[in-house]
Unconditional design. Structure first.
Length: 100
């Protein structure tokens, strides 16, 4: 995934969500690979890009509705938590806090 920009990766995720990610296990695994290819602040930016599509295809839906495999979902959430901790340790506090 290193060859694709963050914007390209977010567009791919959005396209797979629009195609019907829930019904395609291979696409869910591809999204998993995209997410795991991003670390640290890059992951924060990717998550924000996924959330900013302007429609109902967002990060929450991606993780909690479109990802149907429990282990896959837990793995993604664990990656988010580990990377958030790493970023907080690097900068000494929260980075890009989103208030809903």
């Amino acid at each position: 995934m290193g060859l694709l920009s963050l914007l390209s990766r977010s567009i791919l995720v959005h396209a797979m969500q629009q195609r019907g990610l829930r019904r395609h296990k291979d696409s869910q695994k591809a999204v998993w690979r995209i997410i795991f290819s991003s670390k640290g602040r890059e992951l924060t930016t990717l998550k924000n890009l996924i959330d900013s599509s302007g429609g109902y295809q967002n990060l929450y839906k991606l993780v909690h509705a479109d990802t149907t495999g429990g282990r896959l979902r837990e793995s993604i959430l664990a990656h988010f938590a580990a990377q958030a901790k790493t970023v907080r340790n690097e900068i000494g506090g929260a980075y890009g806090v989103k208030i809903l």
